[in-house]
Design a protein around this ligand. Sequence first.
Ligand code: AP5
Ligand code: MG
Length: 192
Amino acid sequence: MRLVLIGAPGSGKGTQSALLCSHFGIPHLSTGEILREAKRLGTPLGQRVAPIMDSGGLVDDTLMLDVVRERLERPDCQQGFLLDGFPRTLPQAHALERLLHELNWTLQAVVELRVSTAELERRLINRYHEMENPRPEDQPAAIAKRLELFENLTKPILSYYREAGLLRTVDGMQTPDEVFQRICYLLDRAQS
Ligand code: AP5
Ligand code: MG
C-alpha cells in the first residue's frame, strides 16, 4: 500500500497514520516527525529548520524533497509506505510524482481528512495546553500561520490529486476510530 495523507494542521494525520500503518504493516513517513527529531538531536538539518517550524512556516521544497528521497530509498519502503505531511505544495507534489516514477512506483490513494477550522484550532490549542513539552508551533500566532499556509499552498494539491483520480475525502470530525473505519472502507473500495 502506497498512501499519502493530506489534511490541515490538527486534522488527525498523525493519529490516523498510526492506525493505518499498523493495519497495513507499512512505515509511517511523517516529514514533521523527521524534522522534529532532527531539531531534538540538534543536527544541521534540525538547526536549519527550527526557526521556520517554530513560527509555523514551511520548510523549502528542495530541502523537503531531499529528506523524503532519502527516506523512501530505505529498504523498509519496498513493501509500501504512508506519507504524512508531504507533499504540502504543488511543487512538492510534482517532485514526488517524478521521484516515484524514477523508483518505478505509483501512489494507490491520497486520503484527505476534512475538519472545520474551529475544530482544528480547538484541537491544537488543547494540545498546546496538555503536552508536557508543548510544540512551539502550537502557539496561537503559529497556528494561524499554519492554517493560512494550508489554505493557500496545500489545498491546491487536492485538485491535482482529484484530477488524477486518486483523492478520497473523509470527514475527519468523527472519533478517531470512526475516521479510521471510513478510510479503510474507501481504500477497500478503491482497490476492488
Ligand atoms: P507536521 O508535523 O506535519 O504538522 P501539521 O501538519 O501542522 O499537523 P499536526 O502534526 O500538528 O497535526 P495532525 O494532522 O498530525 O493531527 P494529530 O493526529 O497530531 O509539520 C510540522 C511542521 O514541519 C510544519 O509546520 C512545517 O514547518 C514543517 N514541515 C513538515 N512537512 C513539511 C513539508 N512537506 N514541507 C514544508 N514544511 C514541512 O492530531 C492533532 C490533535 O487532535 C491531537 O491532540 C489529537 O489527539 C487530536 N485528534 C486527532 N484526531 C482526532 C479526532 N478524530 N477527534 C478529536 N481529536 C482528535
Ligand atoms: Mg502530525
